[in-house]
Structure formats: structure tokens, C-alpha cells
Design a protein around this ligand. Structure first.
Ligand SMILES: Cc1cc2nc3c(=O)[nH]c(=O)nc-3n(C[C@H](O)[C@H](O)[C@H](O)COP(=O)(O)O)c2cc1C
Length: 367
């Protein structure tokens, strides 16, 4: 008898059938070539999670255009046809092991700290993200103050996401996840203290979510119903872990309702603890708020390392799929082990040291 039953039933996200409800969370590993091509090492790294039983893999954040979207040196891109081609071997390796794979499309905005295209960053307003750049992605010192994005650049950002989504479709990905979380560009628009605009993209929550809504709709329309489309949403950020939406549950309702109206298939919420109240001491989790206000498939992420907690979230109807980050790095076959109630491993911190790039021992020799 399998353990933790709710995790192992098949489900569907838009047009994508998943063999189970355990997904690999997106994780940047800065291991592409300098010009943003996915490598054989990356194919090997991802295919190991597929072999370990993850029904869905969401890639690391992939940059969308050759302007300001790249956030990290050696980050992969999907902005050009050559970059798209380089992903085919990753997609094929994952499919060969029976898993599905979505490309996470990311524009770093003001949280960018390394680009081969430009020296500067852009954001909704000329306000720097809090704190310092990430050392394990080769960053140092405070984030620079971004240039305020112009209307022409907003148009380029939108076109970049659409082009990247079409490239992902050409490469064989089953879906795309628009990165609207963790402090990157679309989340900067959503964030009151980073977005001080007085136009239709600033002020109310409805306005601050507008760019994400426009991009969801444009990507949905471009790729058609045969490719799954979703968005990742969070309150916390790489540069500000504890940030909360000032408008609480009402703001969540506005944001999720607006996103659902774009025709996307799913929302992926990430919180420090996926099952904790989103606001204050009690109340609904962010995943459950997303579920309630969108009626869409919800992927929940955040500290669901224990199979009991992961299965409970699905059994409670708070989410449809759970995504694992650090727990997946600790135990690459987490689904297989959890299903048979085998013990799980501790995370080996050397994965992130001194740079968070792929280590030889993370690869499987057969790919
Ligand atoms: C090394 C590392 C890289 C990450 N890169 C990304 C990324 O590219 N895109 C993203 O949305 N989240 C990224 N995250 C966040 C994870 O997807 C996840 O939200 C976070 O690890 C919390 O989930 P967990 O408790 O299961 O680890 C990253 C996390 C880690 C540890």
C-alpha cells in the first residue's frame, strides 16, 4: 500500500496530465553557458528528479529577452532560437522518464545582479530593492537603484514574455510559468514600496497587478490551449523575506481574481510555510486564498519537506499540487521514498557553496 495517498493520484493542469501531485520547485543554479544555453549537465541534473518520481518539474527562472531580463551570470535564457534549441535535450530527457516539465519565465528587473547585455537594471520606480545581492550567484553589495521603466520598455517586457513562451513551446515544454514572485520584475510592480508610479500600473492593487495580468493574457493568447500557462505569486522576496501585502486578504482577493480572469490554468503560491496563515496568527493560507478566488489549479510551495504536511495540504483542498525546493535537493527521489515511507536525507549545504552551480555529484552518468 502506498503511503501519503493524496500525493499519488494523477491530475491535470490545463492540457498537461500529471502522473502525481509532487512537483520540483524552480531553482536557479547558474550553470548555463555564458551565452545562456542549457547544457548536457543541466539535462542530467533535471532528469534525476524525473527518475526520482517528481510528476512535474518547473525549471529554474529563465530570462526572456536580450534587454534587461537577465538577472544572473550563467543564468539560462530562452530569448533566442538557439537558446530555445538548447532546452530540447532537457525536455526530452525529462519526458523520457515520464515526467512533465514547465519553463519558468523570469524578468529580474531591479533584482538583477549580472547580465551580459546591460550594465543597468530597470524597475517600476527608481527605488532599490532592500538588502544585498546574493553572493552565491556572484553578487556583491547593495542592489543598485534601477532606472524607472518607460512605456516602451514595458511593451518590450511583454513582448519578451510572449516570445519566450513561444520559444518554450517550440522546445517541447508542456507549460510555462510566469515568474510573478520573489521580488523579480512583476512582483516589484505588485510591491507598494517599490512601485511608486502614478499611472495605470501604480497605486491600487488592481493597478499594481496590471502588468502581470497583461502578460498572463498575452502569453495565454499566444501559446493557445495546448500549452499550460500559470503564474507564481509570493509575498516575500529574495531581497525582503518577510514582506506582507498591506491590504491583507482583501488585496489577495483583488490580485487572484484579476489573474484568474486572464485565462491561465494555474497559480503557484510560495510562502515560507505553505500551510501557515497568510496574514496574522490565523486565517487561510495563501494557497487556499488562491484556490478560493481563482477556482484554478493551485501549486503550493514552502517548507513541505515532510510528506505528512504535503499530503495534508492536498487532502484539505488547499492546493492541488505541492512543490518542493530544498527537500528535493536533499532527496532527489523524494516521491519514490515518500510513497514507500522510506527515510529522507538531510540537505548537503555544499550544493550552494561557494557558488550555487551544479556539482558533479548531482549529475547522473546515463544522460
Ligand atoms: C538555490 C535556490 C534557487 C532558487 N531559484 C528560484 C527560481 O529560479 N525561481 C523561483 O521562483 N524560486 C526559486 N527559489 C525558491 C524555491 O522555488 C522555493 O520557493 C524555496 O526554496 C522555498 O521552498 P522550500 O521550502 O521547498 O525549499 C530558489 C530556491 C533555492 C534554494
Amino acid at each position: 500500500m502506498p503511503h501519503f495517498d493524496p500525493l499519488w493520484t494523477s491530475t491535470r493542469i490545463g492540457s498537461t496530465e500529471l502522473p502525481n501531485r509532487v512537483a520540483l520547485a524552480p531553482m536557479t543554479r547558474v550553470s548555463a553557458t555564458e551565452d545562456g544555453h542549457a547544457t548536457d549537465r543541466m539535462a542530467s541534473y533535471y532528469s534525476r528528479f524525473a527518475r526520482g518520481g517528481f510528476g512535474l518539474l518547473i525549471t529554474e527562472g529563465i530570462y526572456t529577452d536580450t534587454a534587461h531580463s537577465q538577472g544572473y551570470l550563467f543564468q539560462p535564457g530562452i530569448a533566442t532560437a538557439e537558446q530555445a534549441d538548447s532546452w530540447v535535450k532537457v525536455v526530452d530527457a525529462v519526458h523520457a522518464r515520464g515526467s512533465r516539465i514547465f519553463a519558468q519565465l523570469m524578468h529580474a528587473g531591479a533584482q538583477g545582479q549580472g547580465s551580459r547585455f546591460v550594465e543597468s537594471t530597470i524597475g517600476p520606480s527608481a527605488v532599490a530593492p532592500k538588502g544585498d545581492q546574493l553572493g552565491f550567484y556572484r553578487g556583491e553589495g547593495p542592489y543598485p537603484v534601477p532606472g524607472e521603466i518607460t512605456p516602451e520598455q514595458i511593451e518590450q517586457v511583454r513582448e519578451g514574455f510572449v516570445n519566450a513562451a513561444l520559444n518554450a513551446k517550440a522546445a517541447g515544454f508542456d507549460g510555462v510559468e510566469i515568474h510573478g514572485a520573489n521580488g523579480y520584475l512583476l512582483d516589484q510592480f505588485l510591491t507598494d514600496y517599490l512601485n511608486q508610479r502614478t499611472d495605470q500600473y501604480g497605486g491600487t492593487a488592481q493597478n499594481r497587478v496590471r502588468l502581470a495580468v497583461e502578460i498572463c493574457r498575452a502569453v495565454r493568447d499566444a501559446v493557445g490551449a495546448e500549452m499550460s500557462v500559470g503564474i507564481r505569486i509570493s509575498q516575500g522576496k529574495v531581497s525582503d523575506y518577510t514582506h506582507k501585502w498591506a491590504g491583507g486578504a482583501e488585496e489577495a482577493k483583488t490580485i487572484f481574481t484579476a489573474l484568474a480572469a486572464t485565462g491561465i490554468d494555474y497559480v503557484h503560491t510560495t510562502e515560507y510555510r505553505a500551510d501557515a496563515p497568510a496574514f496574522g496568527e490565523d486565517g487561510d493560507s495563501l494557497a487556499f486564498l488562491a484556490k478560493r478566488h481563482t477556482g484554478l489549479t493551485v501549486i503550493a510551495n514552502g517548507n513541505l519537506d515532510e510528506p505528512e504536511a504535503a499530503a495534508a495540504l492536498i487532502a484539505d483542498g488547499q492546493a492541488d499540487v505541492i512543490a518542493l525546493g530544498k527537500a528535493a535537493l536533499a532527496t532527489r527521489d523524494w516521491p519514490r521514498r515518500a510513497r514507500s515511507n522510506d527515510s529522507l536525507d538531510e540537505l548537503d549545504g555544499s550544493v550552494f557553496s561557494p557558488i550555487a552551480d551544479l556539482k558533479d555529484w548531482e549529475l547522473e552518468p546515463s544522460v
